[in-house]
Design a protein around this ligand. Structure first.
Ligand SMILES: [Zn+2]
Length: 479
């Protein structure tokens, strides 16, 4: 990994130069950028450690500690184990208004362990890996928060900076519990970023979704001697999935329904008494997810009647779609453009092309250019995030930064590989700078905060935010 480190220094120099050349110089933005340059070795090494730990949802104890300890060492007041999740934390510095928040994630995905090399080879077969770049996400956001902290400490900015260590984005949705507990409520604005294959302020929403389990309980019997005494839970599950598949014709094209059969009997000669289906419903609007979910619950009831079995539907989690904030995105985009494109070394481009070739993709390399702000699509591309829930409680500004080549399969080995070397590091440092510069704008410019808030209120309308998660603590694993 060391041989790529030179590249990180190169980009730091490039971006500082690019920023220095921008017409309207802002000394606090210069200060933020040089803070990130000063801390870059620490930030990339935190990211690399989290990449190596590769801890999955709510088991991210070393990763969370890495970030929280660094925040504490930098002078933040850190509250650990918030919202009954041992790996969730809030780090704060400063006092009074405005209060600007920034989110950092750090959970990995199971089964996609990979070395930081351009050909597929796990570090450890079957182990988790950072296939969504959350190691970069957490460290980059914390770098931005530290830069703002230094400006507050030196009296150049007034107010409070708060970093949120948000676990379990990939399954449980740590932010949903933190939102339910009101941890974001007093923020003026919140920011986040996500690793991507392009650079731009994000102007797209995400999909709302509900994640639930349908269980059927029947009665076991000998499948040949007295099957009439039995009631098959698998019949219930089959009738259910058949009903769901009939429903597909009668939902909007934006709806996605996917399921996995988690339990479906053990042997053919016993009438199965238990069956379990795990299902997600998604749409670009939470309201449509609600409608489809109501119909799917009816299908479960109908399936149970057909099979003469009992049934139970249990919600596990669910995300709201993200409320876009174009006013915030425009402010962020200006800073992204001031930083200018990410320059890659020949080695990095070769690395990216090898990854693309290994996946039979066109070897286009890396896209370090700055993309213009896009029109906000009515129906966003697939995918859900618990940032969506935050965005219904406080204005949210999101950034996308290249950390992997185009079309590299996310949640797969290629993204893990790039996240553990200089391609990922460059994205991390770029994100930290762009977000810190935008936070400088938000601290300094009250009108910007008001405008961002006004758009948030308008988009939110009179929708009352109510998370899908059931009452009670999050499902923290026992070990
Ligand atoms: Zn992700």
């Amino acid at each position: 990994m060391k041989k790529y480190f030179v590249g990180v220094l190169v980009v730091a120099a490039t971006t500082t130069a690019a920023f220095g050349q921008s017409k309207k110089s802002n000394s606090n933005k210069d200060g933020a950028v040089s803070s990130i340059n000063k801390h870059q070795t620490e930030l990339t090494s935190i990211s690399d450690k989290i990449w190596t730990y590769a801890e999955t949802a709510l088991r991210e104890s070393k990763s969370s500690t890495e970030l929280a300890d660094y925040a504490e060492a930098q002078g933040f007041k850190v509250k650990r184990g918030v919202s009954s999740m041992p790996t969730a934390f809030v780090a704060e510095f400063g006092s009074g208004k405005p209060v600007i928040g920034i989110i950092g994630e750090f959970d990995a995905l199971p089964g996609i362990s990979q070395k930081a090399q351009p050909t597929k080879e796990p570090q450890q077969v079957g182990a988790p890996g950072h296939g969504c770049g959350h190691n970069l996400f957490g460290a980059g956001s914390l770098g931005a928060a530290v830069a703002i902290k230094e400006l507050i400490a030196s009296g150049k900015l007034k107010g409070t900076i708060r970093f949120y260590g948000t676990p379990a984005e990939e399954s449980v949705g740590g932010k949903i519990y933190m939102t339910r507990d009101g941890l974001f409520n007093d923020l003026d604005v919140c920011l986040d970023w996500h690793p991507d294959s392009e650079i731009a302020a994000s102007t797209q929403s995400s999909q709302a979704m509900v994640d639930f389990i349908v269980e059927f309980n029947g009665k076991a019997a000998h499948a040949a001697f007295d099957p009439w005494e039995g009631r098959s839970a698998v019949d219930g599950a089959e009738a259910f999935t058949h009903g769901v598949n009939l429903l597909r014709e009668h939902v909007k094209p934006s709806v996605r329904m996917h399921y996995a059969i988690k339990a479906g009997g053990d042997v053919p000669n016993v009438v199965p008494e238990y069956a379990k289906v795990w299902m997600w419903i998604r749409d670009s609007k939470r309201s449509v997810v609600d409608e489809v979910f109501a119909r799917v619950k009816d299908i479960a009831r109908g399936a149970a009647l057909i099979a003469g079995v009992d049934y139970k539907v249990t919600i596990q989690t669910g995300d709201f779609e993200q409320l876009v904030n174009r006013t915030g995105a425009e402010a962020l985009q200006k800073n992204v453009e001031a930083l200018g494109p990410i320059a890659y070394t020949a080695e990095e481009i070769t690395f990216a092309k090898k990854i693309q070739e290994a996946q039979n993709l066109e070897p286009t390399g890396l896209d370090g250019t700055i993309h213009p702000l896009k029109q906000t699509k009515e129906d966003p591309d697939g995918g859900s995030t618990d940032v969506g829930d935050v965005s219904w409680n406080v204005p949210e500004i999101s950034l996308l930064v290249t950390t992997a080549p185009k079309k590299a399969a996310w949640h797969g080995w290629a993204v893990v590989a790039c996240g553990g070397m200089s391609i990922g590091h460059k994205g991390l440092l770029f994100a930290a700078k762009a977000l810190a510069m935008t936070m400088v704008d938000l601290f300094e410019n009250e009108q910007l905060r008001k405008d961002v808030r006004a758009e948030f209120e308008k988009r939110k309308g009179n929708t009352i935010y109510k998370a899908y998660i059931p009452d009670g603590p999050p499902p923290v694993p026992a070990n």
